[in-house]
Design a protein around this ligand. Structure first.
Ligand code: SAH
Ligand code: SF4
Ligand code: F3S
Length: 458
C-alpha cells in the first residue's frame, strides 16, 4: 500500500482470539470497528498500539490462560514505555469485569461480548484518562445495529452471526451468564451482510449462534408475518447469488425441527455436516445437566437427519466426569458413541464453573477418574474419525480451496464434510470449487488428486 499525504498514520492492532467461533466472528468485527480509526492488523503483539485479548470463560483452563497472557503483555507494555493499550474482550471480561483490572493493572479496557461497538469511544476515553474503563452492559440489538454494514472477508468462507446468547441454562455452563439472553438478528440485516460478502467473493457462509437452530429472527420487512426459523433462513440464503455452501453451528437437539432436517435433504447448498452436541449418553446425567432430552431422543433425531441426508457427517461435544457420573453412566456415553458413529467430536473433562448450579452439586469426581474416562472416550472417537475419513477414499468430492497446503505445490481446502483436504494444485485455484478424488486419509485430514474444475450441478 502506498501512503497518501493525507492518510492517517496506521496504528498497529493485534487481536488474540480464544474460545468458540462466535469469538472468531467478534474479533473480525472488532477489526472492522477499528479500521476507520486507522487501526491495521499486525502479526504480533510486540510493538502494537492496541492489543485485544478476546477471551473464553467456558472452562477453568481457558480463563487461566488469559491471566498468563496478560502477564506477558504487561512486560511488553513496559518495554514500549506504556504506549501499548491493552483491552480484554469476550466472556471472561463479561464474567469478571473490573476484577480483571484489579488482578492485572496493566489492562486499560474491559469490554463484554455485547459492547465491542463501543470500543472507539472507550479508547478515546482511555487516552484522556477519563470515564469508565469497563463496558459489560447487555444490548445485543444495539451492538448489531452499531456495527459497520460492510465487511472485509478473509477468504471464500465466512462466519455470520445470526443468533446470540442462550436461555437453556445447562447446569454446567457459563454461556447464559456471559452472553446473556437468547436473541436473533433480523433477516434483512443478515441477508444484507451475506449479499455484501458474496459480492466480495465469499462462496460459503457458516451461520453462527450459541443455539443457532433456536433462531427466530424478525421476517423481512416487506414480507412481514411471523418470525422466521433457521430452516426458512437457510432456504432463503441458498437463493443468494454466489453462495454455494451453507453451514450452521452450534445447534441444540431440542431445536432440531422437521423443516431444518428436511432442508438437509432438499437444499443442495446445505452442507452434509451437523454439529449437534449431546454431552452424555446417560439419561440420568442428561437430566442433571438440564439438557431437556434423553439419549434415545438424540438417537432418533440423528436417524431422521440421516434419512433426509444419508451421507451426513455427525459431529458432537461430550463432557466426561459431570458430578455424580458413575461407571454405568459413562458406559452409556460410550454406547451412544458406538451406536451413532461420529465423524468428529470434541470431548472435555467437566470443569466446575463458579456460579453455575452443577458447581454446587454433590459427587464431584477426581481428576484421575475424569482423565481415565476422557482417554477411553477419545480413543473411541479417534477411531471413528479415522474410519470416517478413510471411508471417503475413492470418492470425488467438491472442495472449496481456501489456501496453500503444507508442502510446496499443494493447496488446502474443506470437503463438504468439513474435512481438511490437501491436493496438488496452484494458487490459481484459490477461492474456487474443484473436484478432488480422495486417495488417502488420516485422523485429521484427507488427501487427493484434482479431477477437473468443479461443475455446479444446478
Ligand atoms: N451451545 C452449545 C455449546 C456451547 S459450549 C450446546 O449447547 O451444545 C461448547 C462446549 O463446551 C459444550 O458443548 C460442552 O461440551 C463444553 N462445555 C461447556 N461447559 C463446560 C464445562 N463446565 N466443563 C467442561 N466442558 C464444558
Ligand atoms: Fe451452554 Fe447449554 Fe446454552 Fe449450550 S445450550 S450454551 S451448553 S447453556
Ligand atoms: Fe467461550 Fe464465550 Fe464462546 S465462554 S465458548 S467464548 S461463548
Amino acid at each position: 500500500m502506498t501512503a497518501t499525504p493525507d492518510a492517517k498514520p496506521l496504528k498497529g492492532l493485534f487481536i488474540r482470539t480464544y474460545g468458540c467461533q462466535m469469538n472468531v466472528y467478534d474479533s473480525e468485527r472488532i477489526r472492522d470497528v477499528l479500521k476507520p480509526l486507522g487501526y491495521a492488523p499486525v502479526d504480533a503483539p510486540e510493538g502494537a498500539d492496541l492489543v485485544v485479548i478476546n477471551t473464553c470463560h467456558i472452562r477453568e483452563k481457558a480463563t487461566e490462560k488469559v491471566y498468563s497472557e496478560l502477564g506477558k503483555l504487561k512486560q511488553m507494555k513496559l518495554a514500549s514505555g506504556g504506549k501499548m493499550t491493552i483491552a480484554v474482550a469476550g466472556c471472561v471480561a463479561q464474567a469478571e469485569g473490573a476484577e480483571i483490572i484489579r488482578r492485572q493493572p496493566a489492562v486499560d479496557l474491559v469490554l463484554g461480548p455485547q459492547a465491542y461497538h463501543k470500543l472507539p469511544e472507550m479508547i478515546a476515553r482511555a487516552s484522556r484518562a477519563v470515564g469508565d474503563r469497563l463496558e459489560t452492559e447487555f444490548d445485543t440489538v444495539e451492538k448489531f445495529d452499531a456495527l459497520p454494514k460492510t465487511r472485509d472477508p478473509d477468504g471464500p468462507a465466512a462466519f455470520v452471526s445470526v443468533q446470540e446468547g442462550c436461555d437453556k441454562f445447562c447446569t454446567f455452563c457459563v454461556v447464559p451468564y456471559t452472553r446473556g439472553a437468547e436473541m436473533s438478528r433480523n433477516v434483512d440485516d443478515i441477508v444484507l451482510e451475506i449479499r455484501d460478502l458474496a459480492a466480495k467473493g465469499v462462496r460459503e457462509v457458516t451461520l453462527l449462534g450459541q443455539n443457532v437452530n433456536a433462531f427466530h429472527g424478525p421476517a423481512p420487512r416487506l414480507e412481514g408475518g411471523a418470525d422466521w426459523t433457521l430452516g426458512q433462513l437457510v432456504r432463503h440464503i441458498a437463493k443468494i447469488g454466489g453462495i454455494e455452501r451453507i453451514r450452521y453451528t452450534t445447534s441444540h437437539p431440542r431445536d432440531m425441527d422437521d423443516d431444518l432436517i428436511a432442508a438437509h435433504g432438499d437444499t443442495p447448498a446445505m452442507m452434509p455436516f451437523l454439529h449437534l452436541p449431546v454431552q452424555s449418553g446417560s439419561d440420568r446425567i442428561l437430566k442433571a445437566m438440564n439438557r431437556g432430552h434423553t439419549a434415545d431422543e438424540y438417537r432418533d433425531i440423528i436417524a431422521r437427519v440421516r434419512k433426509a441426508r444419508p451421507d451426513i457427517a455427525i459431529a458432537s461435544d461430550f463432557i466426561v466426569g459431570f458430578p455424580g457420573e458413575s461407571d454405568a453412566d459413562f458406559e452409556a456415553t460410550m454406547q451412544l458413541v458406538r451406536d451413532i458413529g461420529f465423524a468428529v467430536a470434541y470431548s472435555f473433562k467437566y470443569s466446575s464453573r463458579p456460579g453455575t448450579p452443577a458447581a454446587e452439586m454433590h459427587g464431584h469426581l477426581s481428576e484421575a477418574v475424569k482423565d481415565e474416562r476422557l482417554q477411553a472416550l477419545q480413543a473411541l472417537l479417534r477411531d471413528q474419525q479415522t474410519a470416517f475419513n478413510e471411508a471417503q477414499i475413492g470418492k470425488t468430492l467438491p472442495v472449496l480451496v481456501t489456501g496453500k497446503g503444507r508442502n510446496p505445490g499443494q493447496m488446502h481446502g474443506r470437503s463438504p464434510y468439513l474435512q481438511a483436504l490437501h491436493f496438488d494444485g496452484t494458487d490459481a485455484l484459490l477461492n474456487t470449487l474443484v473436484d478432488v478424488k480422495i486417495t488417502s486419509a488420516s485422523l485429521n485430514s484427507v488427501t487427493g488428486e484434482r479431477v477437473r474444475a468443479h461443475e455446479p450441478t444446478a
